[in-house]
Design a protein around this ligand. Structure first.
Ligand SMILES: Cc1cc2nc3c(=O)[nH]c(=O)nc-3n(C[C@H](O)[C@H](O)[C@H](O)COP(=O)(O)OP(=O)(O)OC[C@H]3O[C@@H](n4cnc5c(N)ncnc54)[C@H](O)[C@@H]3O)c2cc1C
Length: 345
């Protein structure tokens, strides 16, 4: 366990919002995590666990202890048909993928360059280019902070759904993910359904080609938080009824829609773009000029500036399409997570 001298959180969130905590601790093991948690309890502090801080919006100062999860370790085992990889929650997600690629272990290429830590991946079931975390997950290990008990949930117990899992509901507070188990088939099958990957043929594409193409596509489409502070897609793609989707399609034939059995997912970025909001700004908070789904901090935006902008975007889309966008980003208030939908409605 170690303690940060600073209490400034700007370096620990990719939105680069300037906000303070009472205390910042770094957990490098389950023991240190529990001891930081107990210390915070003694001080009556609320607790915020953070990985890479790439999916949060700090709306104000945090009146408690922030614990940075830095539990490391990658342990690879094999069975006849698969690789079984046990990964510490504090490992960086993208670095894990490059590490495995170098060892000829494939299956995570479509998820390259998603920022953040391995331990956060199950929480919103990260996904990109046709693959979601649930497709590669074998289990998730976490500790219940109150009791110190270690619990393992197998993938079918995690209630994975689009940007959702049991960790956003039943285990919302008082737990920390400490490791995940991945299962990657030795017989590699490419997933080429999305975007620029459809150009490849299943017969001769290599995992390296997919990895490189995904990295190129992401770098050309999404602003790098190190250059332009942001938290990726700010809103989830809304899932609407088939009737509403058809109505929109008849008025706007170019509206990107992804059909499921009873519902349709619509591209939130397209909806925002139709409201002509690219580049719209409030203070230093702005809608990105090229990618309408991304809100950025141009320098000195406060968390409240981003909330005000998000509410403006939400209202404009609601007025035009009768669709109510929900944030994908988690909003953190002075005592912990707050209801993001309520904040912008
Ligand atoms: C440029 C950019 C592109 C992105 N692209 C994608 C994408 O393509 N697909 C996608 O799904 N996401 C994407 N994201 C979102 C983000 O990368 C993921 O949600 C990622 O998994 C967040 O990881 P993190 O470690 O930064 O989480 P954090 O922001 O640190 O934490 C997120 C939430 O999880 C909680 N938490 C963190 N660690 C733990 C733990 N160990 N135990 C319990 N709770 C914990 C936090 O309290 C917080 O509520 C993108 C973000 C950015 C900035």
């Amino acid at each position: 366990m170690s303690v940060c001298q600073s209490t400034q959180l700007k370096a620990f969130n990719t939105f680069s919002i300037s906000a303070r905590a009472e205390h910042i601790g770094i957990a490098t093991s389950i023991e240190s995590l529990l001891s930081l948690w107990q210390e915070a309890m003694r001080k009556d502090h609320p607790i915020l666990l953070l990985g890479g801080g790439s999916n949060i919006l700090l709306t104000e100062n945090f009146n408690g202890t922030v614990i940075l999860n830095r539990i490391l370790g990658i342990d690879i085992k094999e069975s006849d048909t698969a690789w079984h990889i046990h990964v510490g929650a504090g490992e960086n997600w993208h670095e894990l993928i490059t590490h495995l690629l170098k060892q000829q272990i494939h299956g995570l290429e479509n998820l390259a360059l998603i920022p953040g830590n391995v331990g956060s991946a199950p929480i919103q079931n990260i996904g990109a280019y046709g693959i979601e975390f649930k497709h590669v997950c074998e289990y998730v290990d976490f500790v219940e902070l109150k009791t110190g008990n270690s619990i393992r949930l197998m993938t079918n117990e995690c209630q994975f759904a689009y940007r959702d899992s049991i960790f956003k509901h039943q285990y919302k507070d008082g737990y920390a993910i400490t490791a995940v188990g991945l299962r990657l088939n030795k017989e590699w099958e490419p997933t080429l359904t999305y975007g620029g990957l459809a150009q490849f043929s299943r017969e001769d594409v290599t995992p390296e080609q997919i990895f490189n193409t995904v990295c190129e596509m992401r770098q050309s489409k999404l602003p790098d938080p190190a250059v332009m502070a942001n938290a990726g897609s700010f809103f989830k793609n809304p899932i609407v009824s088939t009737e509403l989707a058809q109505k929109i399609q008849s008025e706007y034939p170019d509206c990107p829609q992804y059909h499921n059995e009873h519902s349709v997912k619509i591209a939130a970025g397209w909806l925002i773009d139709q409201c002509h909001l690219k580049g719209y700004s409030i203070g230093d908070a702005a809608v990105h000029t090229k990618q309408a789904l991304v809100l950025i901090n141009k320098g000195n935006a406060t968390g409240q500036d981003i909330v005000t902008l998000a509410a403006y975007v939400h209202n404009k889309v609601a007025e035009k399409f009768n669709i109510f966008l929900e944030p994908e980003v988690r909003f953190i208030g002075s005592e912990g997570e707050i209801d993001a939908v309520e904040c912008i409605s």
